[in-house]
Design a protein around this ligand. Sequence first.
Ligand SMILES: NC(=O)c1ccc[n+]([C@@H]2O[C@H](COP(=O)([O-])OP(=O)(O)OC[C@H]3O[C@@H](n4cnc5c(N)ncnc54)[C@H](OP(=O)(O)O)[C@@H]3O)[C@@H](O)[C@H]2O)c1
Length: 275
Amino acid sequence: MGKKMEVALITGAAGGIGYELAKIMYREGFGLVLVDIRAEAIAETPKLLAEQVGKRDTLVYTIVKDLTTDSAAEEIYEELSTKNITVDILINNAGLGDFGDFVNTNWKKQSTIIKLNMLALSHLTRLFLPTMVAQEYGRIMNVASMAAFQPSPLMSVYFASKAFVLSFSQAIADEIKDKNITVTVLCPGTTVTGFQAAVGAGNPELAGKRWAYSTAEEVAVYGYKAMMRGKLIAIPGVVNPWLAWLSKILPRSWVIRMVRRGQERNRRNFIKSGN
Ligand SMILES: NC(=O)c1ccc[n+]([C@@H]2O[C@H](COP(=O)([O-])OP(=O)(O)OC[C@H]3O[C@@H](n4cnc5c(N)ncnc54)[C@H](OP(=O)(O)O)[C@@H]3O)[C@@H](O)[C@H]2O)c1
């Protein structure tokens, strides 16, 4: 009998880091369940993967879903159960941010961030983990951010949500450490994707400092390898691991002041780049 095809579910797979992860895993022959809110873009992914990687004889199943609705995770789980698709690898990648003083932010947007970055991520994990435990195999990758390591004025909810992702992932990794299931928290720094425009931050490519940002492909390659090795905290980039370490050892008040300056600079770059 042939080897069972492993299936990975990736959220936010229509673009950015999620799509690059899908590309790598398609190339490696994994079955894919790709979830995104963007109906047209996610419907295009099977064709795009075949064009960009070369046709593979594997499952590519797409689901259009707004993960911020209460029933989204259940609906995905039910749909896959009906189709007899077992998820061996869960990649909670979809995430949103927003910029501004909390007092002035749009609450609807903030609550969407909370629902997507924390609720959907933990609900999907709660639904798909029992099968991984039962089959004594699984991998989970939760995409956090360098934001997980410290608070940030002007992006308070986003940074707090990523601290949740880090803390939650470390805790469940310990709970299931004897079950042959690995948990990886991917913590990218600035990465060139649609995220910057959505958050209102400058295009990092325009800043010209190549060491200060990664491409989505670089982050995905790093994250995929870390996940397959079962590395718990995965920080891509040359400078980012040092910054994460500094956040731990410096007084919190200094770190917050430095992060605030960075946020203000990002905002100026965003406005300068014509937005
Ligand atoms: N880019 C960075 O600098 C950076 C740095 C650190 C961490 N991260 C994290 O990396 C992850 C991926 O980000 P990215 O930069 O690749 O972002 P991206 O290019 O914006 O891709 C995210 C995808 O998720 C989709 N999405 C948004 N809301 C959704 C919802 N409610 N339900 C389902 N799908 C939804 C997006 O659709 P729309 O385009 O319609 O929103 C988009 O297709 C996020 O968790 C982000 O926080 C990014």
